[in-house]
Design a protein around this ligand. Structure first.
Ligand SMILES: [Mg+2]
Length: 268
């Protein structure tokens, strides 16, 4: 993760020295990238969950993600409430963060599919690669099995790819070796003809999302969005559920708000 941070900073610096936006430096396969709004944590009441997700739909997002798995007995009710709140035309994604057992996850996949869930992220532990493969093979056809956010090195992604364990591979530029690592991993994922999705840190993924054809969307994760908005000028603002790189600002287009950040300074 430290290497990733340094790598992103080096790409930002290179683009600034060349006086071009990062999106232009790495190339653009498309001018903008869809984003999905992500939150829906398990500590929320059903009313809070419904309000959050429907609020994002009102803002123009066409896909939203919620967490499941902490209290399995509540999950069907929560997912049904979410579907009810967002209506039929919006994609509903769920993320279990590895909380279920294999057959429990399979049973939930059937029920989630009935509620129109199209994405089931980390249904079982990410280290249970045969379990993910079981889910990918046996979950209903309308529901994709996603994972990969904890991929740090190319071998971590290769393990999922060789095992054919996932339908969509998530990669996180803050973990997988920065811009350089993301592009390397994208090459091997594309060689397996699988779609990708960018995990969290939306401001760092906009240019990559536009550059890599395999990327389907970027996660607009609410906790990171709050941090980006508080600490950076130039953070990406979604328009109709899509993110666009700034065509003029060099580098990532972000500037650190030192004054705002000062209150969080740690003195050692
Ligand atoms: Mg996740």
């Amino acid at each position: 993760m430290a290497i990733s941070a340094v790598d992103v900073a080096c790409w930002d610096l290179k683009a600034k020295l060349l006086d071009v936006p990062l999106s232009k430096l790495i190339g653009m396969a498309r001018p903008k990238i869809p984003a999905y709004a992500s939150g829906g944590v398990t500590s929320m009441t059903e009313r809070e969950l419904s309000n959050q997700l429907s609020g994002w739909v009102e803002k123009g997002f066409r896909a939203v993600k919620m967490k499941v798995g902490r209290e399995p007995e509540r999950d069907l009710g929560r997912v049904a409430a979410a579907r009810n709140a967002i209506g039929p035309g919006v994609e509903l994604l769920v993320d279990a963060n590895g909380a279920y057992q294999r057959k429990q996850a399979l049973a939930f996949a059937d029920r989630f599919a009935e509620l129109g869930v199209t994405w089931f992220e980390e249904p079982v532990l990410r280290t249970d690669v045969p379990g993910l493969r079981l889910l990918r093979d046996r979950a209903p056809s309308g529901i994709e099995i996603a994972g990969g956010e904890y991929g740090y090195e190319p071998a971590d992604f290769r393990r999922f790819l060789e095992a054919q364990a996932l339908d969509v591979i998530q990669a996180d530029v803050t973990r997988c070796g920065g811009i350089t690592g993301f592009l390397r991993n994208a090459a091997q994922i594309e060689s397996h003809d699988l779609p990708m999705s960018c995990h969290c840190a939306p401001a760092l993924h906009v240019a990559l999302g536009c550059a890599v054809p395999a990327v389907r969307h970027v996660e607009w994760f609410i906790d990171h969005v709050i941090i980006e908005q508080e600490l950076f000028d130039g953070f990406p603002r979604p328009e109709k559920g899509e993110l666009k790189p700034d065509p003029l600002e060099p580098g990532l287009g972000l500037s650190f708000k030192r004054g705002e950040a000062a209150q969080y300074r740690v003195r050692i």
